[in-house]
Design a protein around this ligand. Structure first.
Ligand code: NAD
Length: 323
C-alpha cells in the first residue's frame, strides 16, 4: 500500500481527500492542528501537530511516498481581504510550505501536490466582472489583490525550485472557490456559497439578507467531488502545472444568492452593503487542464448547491436546537 501524507487533512478539502484516498486503497497519515469538525476521519494515522514547527514536519514526512499539501491559514473574504490577518496568513502559510518542502526533500519523498489558489492571479486582469482573465500564463507580471494570493504564488515557486534543483516531483493546482458539505459555514472564515446558504437558511421567508459589495462581482464555484477528481488526475499525470482546477460557470454573487433561494424554496430580499469583496470578476479558464489531462469539471453549480444547501440547513437547525 502506498503511504501518503495529507497536510491539512483536518480541514474541508483535505478531509474529503482523505476519504477518497482511503477508498482508493492508500495508507493515509494526516497532520493538522485539529480534527475534522463534521465527521470522523478514516485516516490510518491522525497526527495533531503544527506544521510551522520543522520538527513536526520532519516527524510527519517519515516513510511517506507522496504528500498532498493543503494546510494553510485560510478563510473567505471576511478573513483574507480585511487586512487584519495579513501577517498571520503570510507567516503561517509560508512557514508551513518552507518546512514541508525541505523536510520532504531530506526524507526522500518522491512526489508532492500543492494546493495553490486563483487568488494569485493579477488584479488588473479581474476588473471587469463580465470578462476576467485567469489563464495560467497570465499570472505574471504578478499583482494579486491579497497577501493570501502573494503567499500562494511564493509557495508555488518554492515547490518548483525543489523540482528544478532536487528532482522532487511536484504537482500544483490553482483551486477556484471549492464548496460542498462539511465546509466551514459559520464563524467568519466561511466563503460565499456557504455564507449565503447559511444566511438564506437562517432568514424567514420575506426577510432580508446582507451581501457585501454591489453583488455584481462574479465568481465560479466548483463542487468538492470534482475538485478531488482533478487533484487525483493531476497527481497521476506527468504534468506539473500550475493548472486551474475550477468551474467555467461564472455567476454574480447576487445571482448566486437567488439560485440558493430557489433551491431553498424561499424568497428573501437582498441588501447590498459595503464589505470586503476581492476582485470584480473571476472565472476559471480550463483550456490547459483540458489539453494536459483530457478532462475538466462538468457538473452544474445548481447540482452542487442542491447537495450543499440541505447540509447547511441541517447544521443550522442543529445549532438552533442546542441553544
Ligand atoms: P481549511 O481551512 O478547511 O483547511 C486547511 C487546514 O489546514 C485546516 O484544517 C487547518 O487546521 C490546517 N492548518 C492550518 N495551519 C496549520 C498548521 N500550522 N499546521 C497544521 N495544519 C494547519 O481550508 P480548505 O478550504 O480545505 O483549503 C485547503 C487548501 O486549498 C488550502 O491550502 C487553501 O488555501 C487551498 N484553496 C482552497 C480554496 C477553497 O475554495 N476552499 C480555494 C483555493 C485554494
Amino acid at each position: 500500500m502506498k503511504k501518503v501524507l495529507v497536510c491539512g487533512g483536518g480541514g474541508f478539502i483535505g478531509g474529503h481527500l482523505v476519504k477518497r484516498l482511503k477508498n482508493e486503497g492508500f495508507w493515509v497519515r494526516v497532520c493538522d492542528l485539529k480534527h475534522n469538525e463534521f465527521s470522523e476521519s478514516p485516516a490510518d494515522e491522525f497526527i495533531i501537530g503544527d506544521l510551522r514547527d520543522p520538527l513536526v514536519a520532519k516527524q510527519v514526512v517519515k516513510d511517506i511516498e507522496e504528500i498532498y499539501q493543503l494546510a494553510a491559514d485560510m478563510g473567505g473574504a471576511g478573513y483574507i481581504f480585511t487586512g487584519d490577518n495579513d501577517a498571520a496568513v503570510m507567516h503561517n502559510s509560508a512557514t508551513i510550505n518552507l518546512n514541508i518542502a525541505e523536510e520532504a526533500r531530506l526524507a526522500g519523498v518522491k512526489k508532492i501536490f500543492y494546493s495553490s489558489s486563483a487568488c494569485m492571479y493579477p488584479e488588473y486582469n479581474q476588473m471587469d466582472p463580465d470578462n476576467p482573465k485567469c489563464s495560467e500564463e497570465s499570472a505574471y507580471p504578478a499583482a494579486p489583490d491579497s497577501e493570501y494570493g502573494w503567499e500562494k504564488l511564493f509557495s508555488e515557486r518554492i515547490y518548483l525550485t525543489y523540482q528544478r534543483n532536487y528532482g522532487m516531483q511536484v504537482r500544483i493546482a490553482r483551486f477556484h472557490n471549492i464548496f460542498g458539505p462539511e465546509g466551514t459555514w459559520t464563524g467568519g472564515k466561511e466563503k460565499a456559497p456557504a455564507a449565503l446558504c447559511r444566511k438564506v437558511a437562517e432568514t424567514e421567508a420575506g426577510g432580508s439578507i446582507e451581501i457585501w459589495g454591489d453583488g455584481k462581482q462574479t465568481r465560479s464555484f466548483l463542487y468538492i467531488d470534482e475538485c478531488l477528481e482533478g487533484v487525483r488526475r493531476l497527481m497521476e499525470s506527468d504534468f506539473t502545472g500550475p493548472v486551474n482546477i475550477g468551474s467555467e460557470e461564472m455567476i454574480s454573487i447576487n445571482n448566486l444568492a437567488k439560485l440558493i433561494m430557489s433551491i431553498a424554496g424561499k424568497d428573501v430580499t437582498i441588501k447590498n452593503i459595503p464589505g470586503p469583496t476581492g476582485v470584480r470578476g473571476r472565472n476559471s479558464d480550463n483550456a490547459l487542464i483540458k489539453e494536459k489531462l483530457g478532462w475538466q469539471p462538468t457538473q452544474s453549480l445548481k447540482s452542487g448547491l442542491e447537495k450543499t444547501y440541505p447540509w447547511i440547513l441541517e447544521q443550522h437547525k442543529a445549532l438552533v436546537e442546542k441553544v
